[in-house]
Design a protein around this ligand. Sequence first.
Ligand code: TYM
Length: 340
Amino acid sequence: MKRIFSGVKPTGHLTLGNYLGAVRRWVEVDQHRADALFSVADLHALTVEHDPARVRRLSRQAATLLLAAGLDAERCTLFVQSHVDEHTRLSYLLECTATDGEMRRMIQYREKAARERARGGSVRLSLLTYPVLMAADILAYGTDEVPVGDDQAQHVELTRDVAVRFNRRYGHTFTVPRATLPAVAARVMDLQDPSSKMGKSHGSGAGAVCLLDEPDVVRRKVMRAVTDGAPDVVYDREARPGLANLLELLAACQGADGSGEGAAGPEALAAAYRSYGDLKRDVAEAVVELLRPLRARHAELAADPGYVDGVLRRGAERARERARPVVDRAYRAVGLLPAV
Ligand code: TYM
């Protein structure tokens, strides 16, 4: 059976970008067609300055939201990364496989390190090695497919390179995975700054719709979205990025199957609008309706933390069972003496 792995990092409240770029497909497609594992990647949240209590809170919230969005603990494995030691065990072996140059070329590292330095802060070593930990997350499970948004595609490419190199050097050990991206909304942009992606952890928050935002907050954020000077409604990602983002959001919200197939694409939608005002109103309502059931289910689940804990405990057990043999095999392959 095909194996799927993906994750979210609890560095902030999950956004519409996370949902449309990744989570919705996990729920609607991936958990039904494969042995699928989804992780709250809490170790990744330590690569930048963090408040321990907040990381703990956001980790629980992310797990609760993933269940609220529709991950079914009977169908897939949901767990917290730090509950399964195999990730860090394997990460070290991959640090001995990847190169310094490869790490420094990663776009996310370059952007985040530059931001950190501009603030006068220091850059944690783990920010540089983060893609190797992510490769370990993926390779530990013999993963075939990694459903992610566009911003993570480079990290999955690196994972492939590292897997191929390891296999060539030490004999076949890892499945070589591939990234799968959504047809629409692979990169949802910030509503206030359409040149950067909608992210959990940067900006004022005015440009990012969080999954738990109240309907009126969603409406306000969408209605205030930055659009472009020209009055007509056309889909042009290069010349009219703010407008293109709204059209893509609408297309994605209307896509019934999570891949956007079967729904009108952003070009076709553009033809149906004469003014920004109408488009924004429709986007706002589409997003509010998309998030409504998720918010309601989150409120129910948040009232029952014992249930969420149980799901995460069973998830970690299942994840360990799957990762252990792969990581043990990798330890033997590189020449480490097995413990007796
Ligand atoms: P993270 O937490 O930044 O994002 C989680 C998922 O959401 C997607 N995404 C977006 N998609 C479209 N538009 C956006 N604006 C947007 N923002 C985020 C991301 O591409 C991702 O699929 N390092 C990963 C978490 C991780 C992981 C893994 C993923 C850890 N280990 C192993 C896959 C496999 C991260 O920071 O995702």
